[in-house]
Design a protein around this ligand. Sequence first.
Ligand code: ARG
Length: 459
Amino acid sequence: MAQLWGGRFTKETDQLVYNFNASISFDKRFYEQDIKGSIAHVMMLCKQGILFEEEKKEIIAGLESILRDVESGRLEITDKYEDIHSFVEANLIERIGDVGKMLHTGRSRNDQVALDMKMYIRSEIISLQGLVVDLLRELLEIMKQNVDTIMPGFTHMQKAQPTTLAHHMGAYFEMFKRDHSRLKDIYKRMNTCPLGAGALAGTTYPLDRNYTAELLGFDGPTLNSMDTVSDRDYLIELMSALSTIMMHLSRFSEEVIIWNSNEYQFVEIDDSYSTGSSIMPQKKNPDIAELVRGKTGRVYGALMSILTTMKGIPLAYNKDMQEDKELIFDAIDTAKGCLALFTGMISTMKFNKERMNESSRHGFTNATDAADYLVNHGVPFRDAHGIVGQLVLYCIDKGIALDDMSLEEYKAISPVFGEDIYDAISMETCVNKRKTIGAPGPDAMRKVIEIYTKYLEEC
Ligand code: ARG
């Protein structure tokens, strides 16, 4: 047991208590943040005349050597220490002697852990943003290539109206674009430096909090020391953003699984992203999409967990907050893995364009357009709706599509129909006529693609 306290105790900590309390097994991830934060703290202490230049140099050299040794594998972070903060401080004292004992001047583990967590989360947000951008780029590529690829659009899982693959992918582009901007917002809001908040009430030393904030790339110091050591809002926000990302990935996975099924065959997942069955030789399963869908629950769990942990905590720091780490690390790792794999899966997936086109021709996806045709010939919409309903019933009975009816058959139901009905209800016309921004018409789609291209250029 190596801990940073003990002076006021007359008994050893019970081993089970020690184990229950220790966080090194998971906060060892913070070694780099802890060391870099400590270096900034020491630079500030020296600038403020709290440490001598020589002491500063020795401490920084010691901290840098610990970082190097951990990174090269020469120094192992073991369970001998209570947490990463104790590990770094104890190692420093071992290396440079008594000077190392000055490191913790004007600092508490409460502001220290808040700093480590914020620095860790900042870099994770940046890598998450990168992964979302990779996915957006892939989606944009698919969109560019499929402005004219007609497919059925669905509501209630029933064929509804024709759309294009570009339009369908564009819906996901919008979702992940919102995710991207949510991550950006979180970063902006959380980027204030906890260092100097002390245990809860600041310190009596003349710390320059602006200086440490600047050294560590923060926009400035936090403005209330009690809030600083007990704020985990940014984690809740991140878990919420990750839950939304996972929800989007899960919906997309669901569609990929359906589209990849024998019945649909709209897509074929590449062999490199599929798995087989131990018993059924014919099987090629969409396990990656299923796992992404399944892992969504883990991330939602982390959001519920942190919300519940925080709900009853009085100000300021309480040990409950140590529970912020394991599930959140797991949720971040999970979301990153899912984003990367999902992007890989769709970038290698084959879209069966003919099959999509063919499917759009069945299921009366052009029925709305047939009604619009009648409206354009002076029939009130409600009546037109009824007439096309009759056409559909007639076709179902004969097992044909609207396009297969003869003009006589049309006229028998409504004399308003003329030869131009066939062009009016062709899949191409149905899509091309939807020209307003946000609709699948190729011109509208190309304008949106231009906007997305600019968005990604600025990412
Ligand atoms: N391991 C602690 C955590 O993760 C660090 C802060 C400990 N502070 C304290 N006063 N015990 O929250």
